[in-house]
Design a binder for this molecule. Structure first.
Ligand SMILES: Nc1ncnc2c1ncn2[C@@H]1O[C@H](COP(=O)(O)OP(=O)(O)OP(=O)(O)O)[C@@H](O)[C@H]1O
Ligand SMILES: [Mg+2]
Length: 380
């Protein structure tokens, strides 16, 4: 086996007649020592077939083989089996022969079988006739850099996910606000406005002498009272002054009474005292959707609303004794653009809560919404 300096002499023979041989020898010796003792780089040479010719201390440190056991072995053993099957080692030498120099990054295998990320540069060492006589290889362990790059990439992905999630929540919020606005506008149009129009017609008829004023007054009394009630409820919903001044129970009572009057059921409301004041807005919007659903769809005669604290969670339960929700109905409703329950369920999910519905044919519906106490403060 040749030593590295013998090999070097073969590759670059002395030219006859050159002077300063002694100082050249010294320089070579210095260079050899430098290469041999470099610790941070694996520096080795390969013969044209890819067998190891020389091996420095850095190579021993990084790849784990001692010079005496690796010289003469094929360098493909530093590659993973998958890379060997893909022909990467051969391609490495081919590219260096073609281009003079070839750089690549990949996983490399140490003597003990463990792997690390490496950056390698292969240079073809050509003799004076231009033919590749050997290759030099410089390999650096870049595991730290790769890990830092991966951590950065993971972080970037995380930030992207958070941004997506935030965008989704904003959309959901806008969607919920839009639905609320539509509902309130529809309620004002369908009830208060119709009642006031009917009252106005009665007044006009009395003015024209069509009906006696006493009869007209009698007729407009009820629609006027309903309109007053409805405008009061709506103004409460638009700005929950009542909620601020008189609390959750009164505000919930007002919504339940509104739904009960609309649909003709009896409503009861019970609120745990320790829950009130913490998540009032969220509790109100849950109860409103479930009560309006009961009014629109259930044909119930009784509906109850309870708001309770369960450990760290708040539970809003709306139970009716109506027709129940057929299993397929929720899917159909969603496809038909009715998304009250789906949107409520999404909002609860977003704050770490849940919505469960249980219902059988003609056994009514139990809707249970749960969320961690304080959730609406975190979500806004
Ligand atoms: N308490 C209930 N009793 C019987 N059926 C119900 C009840 N609640 C909901 N449903 C049924 O489930 C469907 C889905 O309810 P959801 O609240 O998602 O939509 P919606 O009330 O029809 O429309 P939106 O809420 O968008 O105004 C309803 O269309 C209705 O058929
Ligand atoms: Mg609904």
């Amino acid at each position: 086996m040749k030593s590295s300096s013998e090999f070097e002499r073969d590759l670059f023979p002395e030219q006859p007649g050159r002077t300063g041989r002694r100082s050249e020898d010294n320089e070579r010796e210095m260079l050899r020592l430098l290469v041999e003792t470099l610790q941070d780089y694996a520096i080795f040479t390969l013969d044209p077939e890819g067998r190891v010719l020389t091996w420095n201390q850095g190579a021993e440190r990084i790849l784990g083989h001692r010079a005496e056991e690796i010289v003469g072995q094929h360098f493909s053993r530093f590659f993973t089996e998958a890379d060997r099957e893909r022909g990467i080692p051969d391609e490495d030498l081919r590219a260096a022969t073609r281009d003079g120099r070839h750089q690549e990054e990949g996983l490399r295998v140490r003597a003990d079988g463990s792997t690390f990320w490496a950056q390698g540069t292969t240079t073809s060492l050509r003799a004076r006739d231009g033919r590749t006589r050997a290759y030099s290889k410089i390999v650096r362990d870049i595991t730290d850099r790769k890990q830092a790059e991966r951590a950065l990439k993971d972080r970037a992905e995380e930030v992207e996910q958070l941004a997506d999630e935030r965008a989704r929540l904003v959309l959901e919020l806008l969607d919920a606000e839009e639905r609320e606005r539509r509902r309130i506008s529809q309620a004002l149009h369908d009830e208060a406005l119709q009642n006031l129009l009917a009252a106005s017609q009665d007044v006009q008829e009395a003015e024209r002498g069509g009906v006696p004023p006493s009869e007209a007054l009698g007729r407009i009394k009820a629609p006027l009272e309903r309109s007053i009630q409805q405008l009061r409820d709506t103004s409460l919903e638009l700005h929950p002054l009542l909620l601020e001044s008189r609390g959750l129970t009164v505000a919930l009572d007002a919504i339940a009474t509104g739904a009960a009057t609309l649909a003709g059921f009896r409503a009861s409301v019970r609120v745990d005292r320790e829950v009130a004041g913490i998540n009032d807005q969220l509790v109100l919007s849950i109860a409103r959707e479930l009560l309006v659903n009961a009014a629109k769809h259930s044909q119930a005669t009784r509906v109850s609303v309870t708001v309770e604290r369960r450990g760290e969670s708040v539970e809003v339960r709306v139970t009716d004794d109506g027709v129940g929700i057929p299993a397929a109905r929720r899917e159909e409703a969603w496809e038909g653009g009715h998304m009250g329950l789906a949107s409520l369920s999404g909002r609860l999910d977003a704050v770490g809560g849940s919505l469960e519905l249980s219902s059988g044919p003609n056994s009514g519906t139990i809707a249970v919404a749960k969320f961690p106490s304080g959730a609406d403060r975190r979500s806004t």
